[in-house]
Ligand binder design. Structure first.
Ligand SMILES: *Cc1c(COP(=O)(O)O)cnc(C)c1O
Length: 374
C-alpha cells in the first residue's frame, strides 16, 4: 500500500553538504575507529545534552544497551533477572538476553505509559538476590516525570539503572533538562526512523567518565590502550560518515523539535475529547504521536479510517514484547509480573505520523479522518 502521508519522513542533509564531508574523509584516509568526525560528534552531543555528561557514540542503540549492560552488570550466567517493561521495543529484551540475563517484565502506568514503580518494588521484595539491574525505558522517548524516584530506588537497592531513551534524543524531563544525564547512563538511537536520525547510529551518555571509557573499550573488542582484550567486547563503532551526518543534523535540531511539538499540539487540540495525552509528551522530540483510545474497537475504527484515507498509522507497542513469537515460544527465558495495563494499552494504542515541519493541511486531513470515523 502506497500512502499519501507516510508514518515517518526522515529529514537528512542535502547531498552537496555530505559530499564535502565525504571528501574530507577520503583526504584524511580515516573511515572509522574514533576518527576526527566521531570525536567532534561525541563532543557536540556532550555540549547539546549539557549537565557535564560524557558521551560514547555507537553504531546503534541495541549495541549501546548491550555495552551498558556489559559494563555495569558484566556477563550473566542466565540465572538472574533484569527488570524492564514489556511495553517497549523488542531490542531491550534482546540486549538483556544476549548479555546473559532474563527480562523480568513489569507493568506500566496508564497516564505516563512508564514502568510502574510500586509493582517493581514488590517484585524486588519477592525475588531477593535474583535481580541484577533495571533497564528502565523512557516510553516513546518521553522523560518519565518520576525519574528521581527510580534513581532513589535503584540507589537504595544497589541496582544499576540503565535508561533506554532510544527515541528521546532532544526530549526534556519535566525540570527542563535534556534526557541523557539520569540513572547510570542513558542510551539513544539515531536510527533513520528517530527524530534525530543519522542512518544507523546511537550514543550512550553518562555523568560518569569512567563508565563511558569502559563502554568505548567494550564497543572496540574490549581493547585497552595496548590493544589487549581486557573486557568481553564486540564491534559497535560508529563510522565517520555517520558522525559527519550527525554534526549536520544537530544544526537546527531544536527548531525541528519545536515544529514536531506543534504537530502534537494540533492533534491534541483537534482530538482532545477522544484521547488523553501521555504525560510530559509535550516536552519530547516525538518519534510520532501516541494516542491511547478509549477501547480497542474505536482504535481499530480510527486505524481503518486512516488506512482508507491514505494515512500510514501504526500501533506501538502492539504486541508488547512478551507476546512476540520468540517470547511465547521460549517461556523459560523470562519472567513477568501481571501486565493488565500493558495488555490493555497495547490493544488501544494508535501511533500517528509526525514529521518535521508538517503542514497544517496535512494535520487537518488526519484529524478530519479520525473525527469522521467516530
Ligand atoms: C529504536 C529503539 C531501539 C533500537 O534502536 P537501534 O538504534 O535501532 O538499535 C531500542 N529501544 C527503543 C525504545 C527504541 O525505540
Amino acid at each position: 500500500m502506497k500512502y499519501n502521508i507516510p508514518f515517518i519522513k526522515p529529514a537528512f542533509p542535502a547531498s552537496k553538504e555530505v559530499i564535502e564531508d565525504y571528501k574530507q574523509i577520503l583526504a584524511s584516509n580515516w573511515y572509522t575507529n574514533f576518527g576526527p568526525y566521531e570525536k567532534k560528534f561525541a563532543g557536540a552531543l556532550e555540549n547539546f545534552i549539557g549537565q557535564d555528561v560524557h558521551v560514547a557514540t555507537i553504531s546503534n542503540a541495541t549495541l549501546g544497551l548491550m555495552s551498558a549492560i556489559q559494563a555495569l552488570l558484566g556477563k550473566g550466567d542466565g540465572s538472574k533477572y533484569v527488570l524492564m517493561p514489556s511495553f517497549t521495543f523488542i531490542a531491550g529484551a534482546q540486549a538483556v538476553l544476549w548479555c546473559g540475563y532474563k527480562p523480568y517484565f513489569v507493568d506500566i502506568q496508564e497516564d505516563t505509559l512508564q514502568m510502574n514503580i510500586n509493582q517493581t518494588k514488590s517484585i524486588l521484595k519477592e525475588n531477593e538476590g535474583k535481580i541484577s539491574g533495571i533497564l528502565f525505558c523512557n516510553a516513546f522517548g518521553v522523560g518519565d516525570p518520576n525519574i528521581s524516584s527510580w534513581e532513589d530506588f535503584a540507589k537504595q537497592n544497589s541496582l544499576p539503572l540503565i535508561i533506554d531513551s532510544a527515541a528521546g534524543f532532544g526530549s526534556k524531563y519535566q525540570d527542563g533538562n535534556y534526557l541523557g544525564a539520569r540513572g547510570d547512563c542513558e542510551v539513544f538511537s539515531f536510527h533513520a526512523t528517530k527524530p534525530f536520525a543519522i542512518g544507523e547510529g546511537g550514543a550512550v551518555a553518562s555523568r560518569d567518565p569512567e563508565l563511558i571509557e569502559k563502554i568505548n573499550s567494550i564497543q572496540n573488542f574490549g581493547f585497552d590502550q595496548n590493544r589487549d582484550g581486557h573486557y568481553l567486547g564486540f564491534n559497535g563503532k560508529l563510522q565517520e560518515i555517520n558522525a559527519a551526518i550527525g554534526l549536520r543534523q544537530l544544526i537546527n535540531f531544536p527548531e525541528r523539535i519545536k515544529s514536531r511539538q506543534r504537530s502534537l499540539f494540533y492533534y491534541q487540540d483537534g482530538l482532545k475529547h477522544l484521547f488523553d495525552p501521555q504525560v510530559n509528551s509535550e516536552r519530547s522530540a516525538l518519534c510520532f504521536a501516541t494516542v491511547v483510545c478509549r477501547d480497542s474497537e474505536s482504535r481499530n475504527m480510527f486505524a481503518e479510517a486512516l488506512e482508507v484515507g491514505g494515512v500510514e498509522a501504526r500501533r506501538y507497542y502492539s504486541p508488547p514484547i512478551h507476546q512476540h513469537d520468540y517470547f511465547t515460544q521460549n517461556r523459560t527465558q523470562w519472567a513477568s509480573a501481571p501486565l493488565p495495563v500493558t495488555e490493555s494499552v497495547s490493544s488501544r494504542v494508535l501511533s500517528l505520523p509526525i514529521h518535521d515541519n508538517m503542514k497544517s493541511v496535512v494535520l487537518e486531513h488526519i484529524v478530519g479522518l479520525i473525527k469522521a470515523a467516530k
